[in-house]
Design a protein around this ligand. Sequence first.
Ligand code: ZN
Length: 66
Amino acid sequence: MDVCARCNRKLRSQKSIGEGMGPVCKRKAKKEADDEEFRKIQITIFDVELTDGGVLDAGSMRTCTG
Ligand SMILES: [Zn+2]
């Protein structure tokens, strides 16, 4: 079936059929993929910071309350 994998509309150009989705949906899919990649990187950085910062915070909190 020569339909877009994303919106299920018929694909007209051979290029789109070859790619499995239309140019608009392809752009959206790419953006989402980029956003997802960005989120993963953000989470990774955040996790590292949280792990390092968490240890430091626990230490300073202990000092503060103790
Ligand atoms: Zn589409």
